[in-house]
Write a protein that binds this ligand. Sequence first.
Ligand code: PEP
Length: 252
Amino acid sequence: MRKQIAAANWKMNLTIDKAESLLDGIVSAGISLSGNHLAVFAVPFPYLQMAQQKISATNYFIAAQNCYSKKSGAYTGETSVEMLQSLHIKYVVLGHSERREYFQESNSFLAEKVNIALEYNITPIFCCGESLSIREAGTQNDFVAKQLQESLFHLSATDIQKIVIAYEPIWAIGTGKTATSEQAQEMHASLRNVLAEKYGKEVAGNISILYGGSVKASNAKEIFSQPDVDGGLVGGASLIVDEFVTIIKSLK
Ligand code: PEP
């Protein structure tokens, strides 16, 4: 059974005090997760250790929001997967549209990051998604398939199953505009099909595909209920205790 994941993406938000009280609030809600249900918190680098200490319940994990493609060395300002591993971090968000847009991260560069994360047993939450102009041109399925092909399809069948994919239409991120649950399902089914063509149905069926883009407490249940949607990657609503608690409880 593939994992159902509520993943928080805090982005570059919160001071340490606010970050601590957000996590305290979520922990005190006492949601126990078991089996294939997971909550993951992608926090800013300076808070990784604090978050790791606060979140110790089963099936709760801390993620980094990025990593560099090299093991170590003279790369001022970068963070290696070796550092993340030394902090016992198990997940890293890669290829978020903000990194693709503001830091020019390409599909081939992301392939290098995916490789090094897997080498250090850190699960990439690999983001993909189209802009509004691509959606309006109707070429979104091919565009997103290409993102997967160029960053992930060099992986073996064993390794591709270690990846979590997050489909995030750029036009729905932080805009309050959510894809309808039908639009999300349609893209997720298309991606699963692309994965199945390359790796077979069984492998494709084991890969979690999260939806991201203005997920909130009021729409999470409906979006997550779609057969190929395995939870969400959540920005704005993950900064509010009650919102994110409800989102975790909306996993199917
Ligand atoms: C995101 O940051 O990945 C995201 C989906 O943001 P939001 O939920 O705010 O749209």
